[in-house]
Design a protein around this ligand. Structure first.
Ligand SMILES: Cc1ncc(C[n+]2csc(CCO)c2C)c(N)n1
Length: 228
């Protein structure tokens, strides 16, 4: 069994909880509180900016052109494609995308990006890949699961969102990241593989926590904690 298949198998418990989460089930049912959607978009816009910074750090650690190419493609996808599911959410709540940009990250999303930046700064390329992979992997699984459970047609409010993540493009990008990580795992020591496993599981847990943060509109305990 490949290393990434092992990672996925070991984290099925988190994936099941993500599928069952009220936000995710709400997308399937076509009914999510509008405040939660706005909270999600505000956090996700900034989260994706940080995600691209992590890819930039991965580029800086790349010894091979094919790795640079891969990370460059992922940045292109975030810049040009991931705006579509965001627009779907904005249209449903009737708010301009621009109005939801430039906000401070709530505690959970702040923690998630710092977790990835930590691995990007201190880890090997394999470890960085392990920290990044749950992001496309869990969304690909969510798209497929919601398609299977709800079989939405084009009158479903989240038709675009669900189909976007269930589509070939996301499956292809995820597959490429898995293939690279498997290659690095082949050469890695047991200790390094353990670090990859830890980074992967924490990111899976933080994906679940990100849905909860959005659903409950999580805030810092004191508003002044982040800026004045
Ligand atoms: C919290 C959060 N996690 C995952 C995604 C989905 N996603 C982010 S980047 C990317 C492409 C991989 O490079 C994908 C599929 C998201 N939008 N927000």
């Amino acid at each position: 069994m490949s290393f990434t298949q092992q990672l996925k198998n070991e984290n099925q418990d988190v994936l099941e909880q993500i599928f069952a989460h009220s936000f995710v089930q709400g997308i399937g049912k076509g009914d999510v509180p509008h405040d939660s959607i706005a909270h999600y978009i505000k956090a996700d816009y900034e989260y994706l900016n940080a995600f691209m910074h992590v890819y930039g750090l991965a580029v800086a650690k790349s010894a091979q052109r094919e790795d640079i190419e891969l990370f460059n493609e992922q940045i292109g996808f975030i810049l040009h494609s991931e705006v579509h599911p965001h627009h779907n959410f904005c249209n449903v709540i009737g708010v301009d995308y621009e109005a939801l940009q430039g906000y401070e990250l709530p505690p959970t999303a702040d923690h998630y990006i710092k977790h990835m930046l930590y691995h990007a700064h201190t880890g090997s390329l394999g470890e960085i890949l392990a920290a990044l992979l749950p992001c496309p992997w869990t969304y690909l699984e969510i798209g497929n699961e919601l398609l299977r459970q709800y079989q939405p047609n084009d009158s479903h409010p989240f038709y675009t969102w669900i189909n976007f993540y269930a589509e070939e493009e996301v499956a292809g990008l995820t597959g490429q990241l898995c293939a690279r990580l498997d290659k690095y795992a082949e050469q890695a020591s047991e200790m390094e593989k353990q670090q990859m496993k830890t980074a992967f599981r924490k990111s899976c847990q933080l994906e679940l926590a990100f849905w909860e943060m959005s659903y409950t509109c999580e805030q810092w305990p004191l508003e002044e904690a982040v800026s004045r």
